[in-house]
Write a protein that binds this ligand. Structure first.
Ligand code: ZN
Length: 203
């Protein structure tokens, strides 16, 4: 099968700031949307990333995909994965999601976005969420998640509401990905917060 790579839209494009519209079940099952899902999957794996929302590839539709492959986690120390509650997540499609917070305790970690390319920042996210959505067949599905998947779900749902992580980040922690890798990547978040003049997080 041919791989289709879509253009990743960057901050500053109106589609990223416009609430997306829901999809009907016939639309979800249409060849056009099925092709879009396949192309988004190719684009996400090529990037690579762990989540992609339709507005990021120019479509104002309430559709996002998530996949956190074991191979992405190989280079990350086990303690860091454990602290973030990051485990492999199989490919999944989230359509017309409604997110509710189950545990609002803020978890503060660095987060990036394929539409804010080259930057990262600390973003507080709720510890546990529940998402009700439709899958790629238009069937209802509910996910209750904590850890990294809870963060990804909040990040992707935000995209569908016209929000970017920069709206929720701790602004003093905004930095280039290069400087993050150079100076901060392996340091505990509490140490990073102290060095950047931020209050100490709960996690
Ligand atoms: Zn994003």
């Amino acid at each position: 099968m041919t791989e289709t790579l879509l253009k990743l839209r960057q901050a500053g494009e109106a589609v990223l700031r416009t609430p997306a519209r829901p999809l009907t079940t016939p639309e979800i099952r249409s060849p056009e949307i099925q092709r879009l899902i396949a192309a988004m999957r190719d684009t996400l794996r090529d990037a690579p990333g762990v989540g992609l929302a339709a507005p990021q590839v120019g479509f104002g539709l309430q559709l996002a995909i998530i996949e956190d492959r074991a191979e992405y986690q190989q280079a990350i120390p086990a303690a860091q994965l454990a602290e973030r509650g990051r485990v492999p997540v199989p490919f999944q499609v989230v359509i017309n999601p409604v997110l509710s917070v189950v545990d609002p305790t803020p978890q503060v970690f660095f987060e990036g976005c394929l539409s804010v390319s080259g930057f990262t920042a600390l973003v507080p996210r709720a510890a546990k969420v529940r998402v009700e959505a439709l899958d790629e067949n238009g069937e209802p599905r509910a996910v209750e998640a904590e850890g990294w998947l809870a963060r990804i779900l909040q990040h992707e749902t935000d995209h569908l509401l016209g929000r970017l992580y920069v709206d929720a980040m701790l602004p003093r922690s905004f930095m280039t990905s290069a400087n993050h890798a150079r100076h901060w990547k392996d340091r505990p978040v509490c140490e990073v917060c102290a060095a950047l003049g931020l209050p100490l997080p709960a996690n």
